[in-house]
Design a protein around this ligand. Structure first.
Ligand code: GLA
Length: 413
């Protein structure tokens, strides 16, 4: 562990009684410009207005810092998405297991990859069959003591068309509403049963039952959404009704969406409809994908987190990444922009942790959508915590809540 001296100018207004006032610990030297006042009780106090602090901070080597320990102090797991190539590389495995405590499969558990067309056609029943990548990653998670988020079942995208068709023939007609509801129930039931039978259920703590069902204008997603086309408006209620029926107690069931800061009221109104006849929620949590940009309004975002948390449901950030720039224009990964990103991550996580620590929201995990820029689906925006050679960026230190390394100019603060 190295020690480093930094100069910090703090604008403080501190009042302390002489004798008790101990400016600075054994690791700090402080020069104080002070106004001495005598209080009515004749106690001398020192009011400091501007304090120049030369502070020795502990600078840890990256391998001594573990996000998972930092987040655990707030009762949170911290996750990354996972791909087959990550678990076949010793260095990546090492990095992931030392930093993270949870994983979400980037693709292998999406609807495109969890069904067997052949078995479905043979049995006449939509059939789930775990693919080799999924099994390899679940075995890896088990061996490495990683918790798993399930992602995802009912989605308009990355879903094979044949699951909606008569005889599972993609060129055939769509089945009717009753048959599609049966298929929905059966696939949700099979997923949780097979996880149990194959010994993986205990790894899971959360599952995205439905992904991306709402639009920014408050309407339900209709384009290319065969679930909606065949079943109708109440397909979302049924998805949670079935998930609530078949998911074991220890797996929280989630609705997950992006642009949550622009859909906040829609989502609040939506989850209110996910109740049984006694008014009890059929859902446990709302997943905020948190695909953000450094130009996004942080105050607005934190308000969204708080508002969604005020529904009484859990909230998680499930796919966090913060691109440099804006939706319209990415910025280049130069020193200034990377520092800005570091500060953004610091302030975002700091704000969320404040909501968690004050009990305003119930959150048990934050998942980053990967950890290193070169493997990100949004790599042009350099959105993650490590650069292409797996060196931690300012954003990493921001996420680790190490302000002095996160790109702030503390001298000017
Ligand atoms: C959405 C999905 C994720 C993933 C990303 C792109 O956010 O929820 O599963 O497909 O898009 O990687």
């Amino acid at each position: 562990m190295k020690k480093r001296v930094i100069s910090v100018l703090l604008a403080l207004s501190l009042v302390f009684a002489m004798g008790c006032g101990q400016t600075g610990s054994s690791e700090s030297t402080v020069s104080v410009s002070e106004n001495v006042t005598v209080s009515e009780e004749n106690e001398t106090s020192v009011e400091t207005t501007e304090t120049s602090v030369e502070e020795v901070i502990e600078e840890k080597e990256p391998e001594e810092i573990h996000l998972k320990d930092i987040y655990a102090e707030h009762g949170l797991k911290v996750g990354t998405c996972l791909t087959p190539s990550m678990i076949s590389s010793a260095s990546q495995t090492q990095l992931i297991t030392s930093q993270f405590s949870s994983v979400t499969m980037e693709n292998a558990m999406k609807p495109d990859y969890i069904f067997s067309k052949k078995r479905s056609a043979e049995s006449g029943e939509l059939t789930i069959h775990f693919n080799d990548d999924m099994i390899a990653m679940l075995d890896w998670a088990k061996e490495n003591n990683m918790a798993v988020r399930g992602h995802t079942l009912v989605w308009y995208s990355q879903t094979p068309k044949w699951i909606f068709c008569k005889d599972f023939d993609p060129k055939g007609e769509f089945v009717d509403r009753d048959e599609m509801l049966k298929r929905m129930e059966s696939m949700i039931k099979q997923m949780f049963e097979q996880l149990e039978e194959q010994g993986y259920s205990d790894l899971f703590y959360a599952y995205d039952i439905v992904n991306e069902a709402w639009m920014e204008d408050g309407s339900m997603r209709k384009d290319n959404n065969y679930w909606y086309k065949i079943i109708g408006d109440d397909y979302l209620w049924y998805a949670f009704y079935f998930a609530n029926k078949y998911a074991p107690e220890h797996i929280d069931i989630y609705y997950n969406d992006y642009n949550e800061q622009f859909k906040t009221n829609t989502l609040v109104n939506f989850v209110k409809t996910l109740v049984d006849e006694d008014g009890n929620y059929l859902i446990d949590g709302i997943g905020l994908q948190a695909h953000l940009y450094t130009s996004d309004d942080l105050t607005q975002y934190l308000r969204t987190v708080e508002t969604l948390g005020a529904t009484g449901l859990k909230v998680q950030m499930t796919e966090l990444d913060v691109c440099l720039g804006s939706y319209q224009k990415f910025l280049k990964a130069d020193e200034d922009n990377l520092k800005k990103q570091g500060r953004y991550y610091y302030n975002l996580i700091n704000g969320v942790l404040e909501l968690v620590d004050s009990g305003k929201i119930e959150m048990d995990a934050i998942t980053f959508w990967g950890y290193c820029d070169s493997m990100s689906w949004r790599r042009e925006g350099s959105p993650l915590l490590y650069n292409a050679v797996n060196k931690p960026k300012y954003s990493y230190y921001g996420a680790a809540q190490m302000k002095e390394l996160a790109g702030f100019n503390l001298q000017e603060e």
